[in-house]
Design a protein around this ligand. Structure first.
Ligand code: 3HC
Length: 682
């Protein structure tokens, strides 16, 4: 047991267990390497250096995790406190062995600190990773030079460019940790340190050992080339992955100190760039989105132990999978047996495909399917804690369903609608318990997409709202609260973009130009590719079609999008697309009929007309209080609509890149009403 523990400062303590010194960091929530932590470590190791009685050191963290990295909130601010590099040099170059004792997650700077320790032990659940790339950065404290010296250049490449974590078992196998401790971690680490001392084991410095890099610059050149080629698509648009790769190359090609210089230079470049600022914004925005203004964070949540889903189509099935996958039983309701069977079969097929890819076992598929109860009787939802309606977008039908649910659902059950546009208050009014009604708008495919818009009705009870958000988190979604307005946050802004895209193709741009400009900006696909993918005939019917829109006419001509290989594009068997001459003629004829003078439209105009009105709509959404904060809008667009994360979301982009004043001036030139919020800022 440690004795004579002294506080070095408010977050670092130094204790002793005989000849072993124990340095404990206790800086909630995640022991990030703030100035205080760095100062504390500097103080602790200075004290250890001058104490001849200390034969080894254990570095351990209190609370839920080992150091989770540098303190991101300090980035971009004036430096203060001890330098992390100096602290690490001091630990690594000291006269006694230092053993890192790791639990929770050793991430980023946390893993880098551990890599400067001479030995590392962990508990069996610990995880290790260098996730800086997700913040548009690279490990800037020697991680790119030390990690490949343990796990090899190839594995290190994968880890630094993906930010993926390694479990304790793999860490042990690869030499990232020297032992896994059962029972009390500190006690186990002290015992390990004592053994190191007793056996006179050397001060292992990762930096000095090149034997595990896996080759030299020449022999590994094809590995780097293949890695770049295989990931070109995934890394497109991002600066950080290539910078990370360069650093691993430097680790292989150069002596340690020279490699460190490359790492430093690349790190500084990334840190000063807009991409990292954007990605750090997204990190905090994601966590901020979970906070509901005016709601007690300790508000008592309702239990969600069973779920009812109405509709076994694409949406209903996808939504069901989220719950089945985390162990929550689902009763799924359809009106016809064949539709029910089809829905259940699709769920099974999706799970089986995942199992075939090795994501989980066939037993797991069966376990998940066993939690699913298909039925044709709405009455079977009487005991469900949460009921999610996922039928097609028709207010009358939704009202009818909610009216019936009112008589079926148990008191206190949450009644949610997956509507993507409709008025949740109107739906709620068809029940006698509007306080239990909330919107839960999932995005397709609902088992994959992370965004969940949680729509707060005028009468939604605070604990119903809080439970909907918490339930989203429990199934791995990022919840964002939206007010009731047509299309909520995401689709309302999408509407503003689509309106311009539709006009642009009549005025002279081609659909493929609009799509190209937006994909070059960083979207995975443009509006017309998206329309083809979704199906041009969504909401269209041959019986009622009046041929008043381009889309009506495309459908009337038999163009339905990817599903029949003809839409704005023609698709071959491998889904390669070429612009459709039929669609082009329909667009030209339509423009002529409307008397529109077609002209050359350049890329800059396309971009401005698609994105600026969206930002303007975002500003209106904020002004109306439909979104709690601008960063919530960014989270919606990044997670639901493929806005490139390195551009931080539309509101961040407007503020830091395009410029609000420029957007406002351009909108005025377009003759659009500028939201005062866009001018005054958020
Ligand atoms: N710096 C500052 N704050 C951090 C932080 C960090 N590195 N990591 C987490 N936090 C904050 C969060 O913002 C959140 O604050 P809030 O409660 O006020 O919203 C709080 O800690 C808890 O975080 P989570 O909600 O994310 O908690 P979880 O338990 O879900 O996850 C975690 C914990 C896995 C550690 C996760 O927070 C995480 O992934 N953190 C980031 C890790 C990371 O990116 N590290 C690298 C940093 S860059 C770096 O190290 C550079 C170096 O190479 C020089």
């Amino acid at each position: 047991m440690p004795t004579d523990t002294i506080a070095i400062n408010n977050v670092v303590a130094l204790g002793r267990d005989g000849e072993i010194a124990i340095v404990t960091i206790d800086s909630p929530p995640v022991n990030a390497l703030s100035a205080d932590v760095r100062d504390g470590l500097a103080g602790a190791f200075a004290a250890i250096g001058s104490n001849a009685g200390v034969k080894a050191v254990v570095l351990v963290c209190a609370g839920r995790t080992f150091i989770a990295g540098a303190d991101i909130s300090e980035f971009g601010k004036a430096p203060r406190g001890a330098s992390l590099h100096a602290v690490m040099d001091n630990m690594e170059g000291g006269r006694v062995p230092v053993v890192a004792a790791i639990h929770g997650t050793a991430l980023g700077g946390g893993l880098e600190v551990a890599l400067t320790c001479h030995y590392r032990v962990s508990d069996a659940k610990a995880k290790f990773g260098l996730p800086e790339v997700k913040l548009g950065l690279l490990p800037g404290a020697g991680g790119t030079q030390r990690l490949p010296r343990i796990v090899g250049a190839k594995k290190a490449l994968e880890m630094v460019t993906s930010g993926a974590q390694m479990g304790a078992k793999d860490a042990l196998a690869s030499g990232l940790v020297d032992a896994i401790v059962d029972g009390d971690l500190t006690a186990g680490a002290v015992a390990f340190a004592r053994q190191v001392v007793a056996e006179g084991r050397p001060l292992k410095r990762v930096r000095d050992d090149n034997s595990r890099l896996g080759g030299d610059a020449a022999s590994l050149a094809p590995v780097f080339a293949a890695f770049r080629a295989a990931n070109a698509r995934a890394f497109k648009g991002f600066d950080a992955p290539e910078a990370n790769i360069k650093c691993i190359e430097a680790a292989v090609a150069l002596p340690f100190e020279d490699g460190m210089k490359v790492e430093r230079a690349e790190f500084i470049k990334l840190m000063g760039g807009l991409q990292s600022t954007a990605q750090r914004h997204v990190f905090f925005a994601e966590r901020q989105a979970a906070k509901i203004d005016g709601l007690d964070p300790k508000a008592e949540l309702l239990p969600v132990k069973s779920v009812g889903i109405i509709g076994a189509g694409t949406m209903g099935g996808g939504i069901a999978m989220n719950f089945l996958s985390v162990g929550i039983p689902v009763t799924i309701v359809e009106t016809k047996q064949d539709a029910l069977d089809r829905g259940v079969a699709t769920i099974r097929r999706n799970y089986e495909n995942s199992a075939k890819k090795g994501r989980f076992s066939m037993e797991e598929v069966e376990a998940r399917m066993a939690r699913l109860t298909p039925t044709l009787a709405l009455e079977d939802l009487g005991q469900a804690d949460l009921i999610i309606e996922a039928v097609f977008e028709n207010m009358d039908i939704k009202k009818q369903i909610f009216g019936r649910l009112d008589t079926i659902a148990k008191p206190g059950a949450i009644l949610a609608s997956n509507t993507s546009y409709l008025n949740v208050d109107e739906i709620a009014a068809s029940t006698s318990r509007p306080e239990s009604v909330v919107g839960m708008h999932f995005f397709s495919p609902a088992n994959v997409m992370r965004l969940l818009e949680v729509v707060r009705g005028a009468k939604t009870a605070p604990n119903v709202l809080a439970t909907a958000m918490a339930t989203g988190k429990a199934i791995g979604k990022i919840g964002v609260v939206s007010g009731v307005c047509h299309g909520f946050i995401g689709n309302r802004m999408l509407g503003a973009r689509q309106e311009q895209a539709n006009k642009l193709i009549l005025e002279g741009a081609r659909p493929a130009d609009v799509d190209r400009v937006l994909t070059e900006f960083g979207f995975p696909m443009g509006p017309f590719q998206m329309a083809d993918l979704a199906g041009l005939d969504i909401g269209w019917s041959a019986d009622t079609s009046k041929g008043v829109t381009v889309r009506d006419r495309l459908c009337e001509a038999g163009l339905r999008g990817q599903k029949n290989s003809h839409g704005f594009y023609d698709y071959d068997e491998a889904r390669n697309r070429t612009p459709s001459p039929v669609a082009e003629k329909i667009i030209l004829d339509y423009a002529a009929e409307k008397g529109i003078n077609r002209r050359e439209i350049d890329d800059a105009e396309i971009l401005e007309r698609c994105l600026y009105p969206m930002v303007n709509e975002g500003a209106k959404i904020l002004a109306e209080g439909m979104a709690q904060r601008a960063s919530d809008i960014d989270i919606v667009w990044i997670n639901g609509y493929g806005w490139p994360v390195y551009r931080g979301g539309p509101m961040f982009w407007a503020e830091h890149d395009a410029g609000r004043a420029r957007i406002a001036a351009s909108l005025e030139r377009m003759g659009m009403a500028v939201s005062p919020k866009l001018v005054e800022g958020w």
